[in-house]
Design a protein around this ligand. Structure first.
Ligand code: HEM
Length: 263
């Protein structure tokens, strides 16, 4: 007879709660591990939601996409809040175990890069952290090869009759998105007559929520990093805070930001 479903069995808690293996005896290392693992779990869910939202947009079903994107925003808000928990770890607490991390760093997070790629922030130089043939590499290559969420959105704009050049949404698969004047002009039209273009306007506002929340997460990361390690170099080999500050310039949907000046 089948075993009854139990709470621990269904959630595979033996495995899940066995995945925290501090490499030191320091009290705060467990928090450090759990925060990273929690963020990775949320990234898994974000990728899952973005996949289905993109399928909906590609099929011209914008209303179902809003629902998934609303969930994405709520998850992003929770992810950003976790920096406040991490900030309870002082520089002294962290320095007690930092040496056990070696050269490992969130810089090597495959899911974080997959997320960037899915939004159009494609940079294949990060593939180098993931050996060919491995699952992480395959996920990243698939994310690079697939048109981004923004490409799918621009196809909808084109389909609605806006003059969007094909080159805006059809590039070499691993090429990053760069801003186009024609795309900005199309969004300006949408924002100038929102009641006429309500569905696209609502989608655009969901996308700006997403980009805004991504930047807020990045911003809190930099602040927390500065609070904990100051201007020290990162374990991943970058200059640290200086590198992270440069990432604040990243915009997944550039014309949705720039149109606001011209409106
Ligand atoms: C004390 C805690 C932390 C410190 C001091 C820290 C520090 C850093 C530094 C210095 C970098 C730049 C790359 C490097 O040279 O290592 C980085 C990148 C990164 N970290 Fe953290 N981090 C911390 C916590 C976290 C947590 C909890 C996460 C959640 C997953 C995370 C995710 C990332 C990601 C995704 C990047 C790549 C960012 C990008 O390239 O845009 N970090 N971190």
């Amino acid at each position: 007879m089948d075993q009854p479903v139990t709470y621990g069995g269904y959630l595979r808690l033996d495995t899940l709660l066995g995945c925290q293996e501090p490499r030191s005896q320091e009290h705060d290392e467990l928090l450090f591990i759990i925060l990273h693992q929690t963020e990775e779990l949320w990234m898994k869910q974000l990728l899952h939601e973005i996949d289905v939202a993109q399928d909906a947009v590609e099929g011209g079903e914008l209303v179902p996409a809003y629902k998934h994107l609303a969930r994405v925003s709520r998850i992003q808000a929770v992810m950003t809040q976790t920096w406040d928990v991490l900030a309870t770890m002082t520089p002294a607490d962290y320095l007690n175990f930092r040496s056990v991390l070696g050269t490992s760093s969130g810089f090597q997070s495959a899911q974080f890069r997959a997320l960037e790629y899915r939004l159009g922030l494609k940079d294949d130089s990060f593939l180098r952290f993931h050996p060919e043939g491995g699952a992480a590499r395959a996920m990243l290559e698939a994310a690079l090869a697939r048109p981004s969420f923004y490409d799918a959105t621009l196809m909808q704009l084109a389909g609605a009759g806006f003059a969007i050049p094909r080159t805006a949404y059809e590039r070499e698969p691993n090429a990053p998105y760069t801003a186009h004047e024609a795309v900005e002009a199309a969004w300006l039209e949408v924002y100038r007559d929102t009641s006429k273009h309500w569905a696209l306007y609502q989608l655009a506002e969901k996308l700006i929520d997403l980009d805004d929340a991504m930047l807020t997460w990045r911003h809190k990361h930099v602040l927390t990093v500065e609070r904990v390690i100051g201007r020290k170099r990162g374990t991943g080999g970058t200059e640290g805070v200086g590198y992270l500050q440069q990432t604040l310039a990243k915009r997944a949907f550039p014309e949705l930001w720039s149109l606001r000046t011209k409106l």
